[in-house]
Design a protein around this ligand. Structure first.
Ligand SMILES: O=c1ccn([C@@H]2O[C@H](COP(=O)(O)O)[C@@H](O)[C@H]2O)c(=O)[nH]1
Length: 303
């Protein structure tokens, strides 16, 4: 039987950027990805079904609740189980909320405005069964097509992470286009659009506190992979001026290290939330093994 759900309304007064900044100051800059791949479920001795997802998710949450600033469930890995998988995701989102851990739904949504409003409603509306603290968005239909999500997130104290420079090698074929031309590369234009959005919402420049603490972050963040090498500098992405958090996947299984992350982001490092999934999750099946890997990753990111 499903247990009663928490209401999961936003705490109205505090925007996502502020809440994430506080969590990063308190716990450090780690986001743990919850990616229940079939191979991981098997190595944990769990069935590749909704019950397996539930047990996996609950163990990871228990393991990292006091360690990670946020968790990032990979929606596709719940969606592949249909409605039962999505119910398991709903439970994880509610449990994380109750445990005081911020949630970033990695759904990579993006569509024409009218449909975008429905995606926004699903992930960012108070009382929605799938409401998370933030959701990842794809700007391939144009940054402005994301308007319904940008507006609803601002209204409900939630956040978005817009794909700018993804961690996969194929991303460059789209995201680097325009480099050297007036206006710059696609990734730079997305970064500038996010900067305008954060500045408009704040009414004043946002950014880090200047003391290395993620103070006063905006609620519109970007996804920039930990594996992008010198592309941030080469394409002229001004992440400090962007003012929002930077979600950086690619640690561990995709080859990036904490040292690489520091080198890649330089002055904007205080805004960076490093995220790792498989490398930490392979510490299971016990919560202790997952926690140990999360603590090790956090120590490296905080060193
Ligand atoms: O550019 C991106 C955007 C999202 N991801 C997602 O992050 C995790 C990474 O998992 P690892 O096991 O740590 O490699 C996964 O859910 C991706 O879909 C990304 O890797 N890169």
């Amino acid at each position: 039987m499903r247990r009663p759900r928490s209401r999961r309304v936003s705490d109205a007064v505090r925007p996502f950027g502020e809440r994430l900044g506080a969590a990063m100051s308190r716990r450090g800059p780690l986001c743990v990805g919850i990616d229940p791949h079939p191979s991981l479920l098997a190595s944990w001795g769990l069935a590749d079904d909704a019950d397996g997802l539930r047990r996996f998710s609950a163990t990871v949450l228990e393991a990292v609740a006091g360690v990670a600033a946020a968790v990032k469930p990979q929606v596709a890995l719940y969606e592949r189980h249909g409605s039962a998988g999505m119910a398991a995701l709903e439970e994880l989102l509610a449990d994380a909320h109750d445990a005081g851990v911020l949630t970033i739904a990695d759904a990579k949504r993006g569509d024409i405005g009218s449909t975008m409003a429905a995606y926004a409603d699903a992930w960012l509306r108070d009382g929605s069964p799938l409401a998370a603290d933030a959701v990842t968005l794809s700007p391939y239909l144009g940054f402005e097509s994301l308007r319904p999500a940008l507006d609803l997130a601002a209204q409900t104290g939630r956040g978005v992470f817009v794909l700018a420079l993804t961690s996969n090698p194929e991303g460059a074929s789209v995201q680097h286009v325009g480099q050297g031309e007036e206006g710059g590369a696609v990734a730079r234009r997305i970064t500038e659009a996010a900067a305008s959005e954060n500045a408009r919402r704040a009414g004043s420049p946002r950014g880090t506190g200047g003391d290395g603490s993620p103070d006063d972050l905006g609620s519109v963040g970007l996804v920039v992979g930990a594996t992008v090498g010198d592309a941030v500098a080469r394409l002229g992405l001004d992440l400090a001026a962007m003012g929002g958090p930077v979600l950086a996947p690619g640690l561990g299984a995709q080859g990036a290290t904490a040292a690489v992350l520091r080198e890649t982001f330089g002055a904007a490092y205080a805004q960076v939330l490093g995220t790792s999934s498989r490398d930490i999750l392979s510490g299971g099946p016990g919560a202790g093994g997952v926690r140990a890997r999360a603590e090790r990753t956090l120590a490296e990111l905080s060193a």
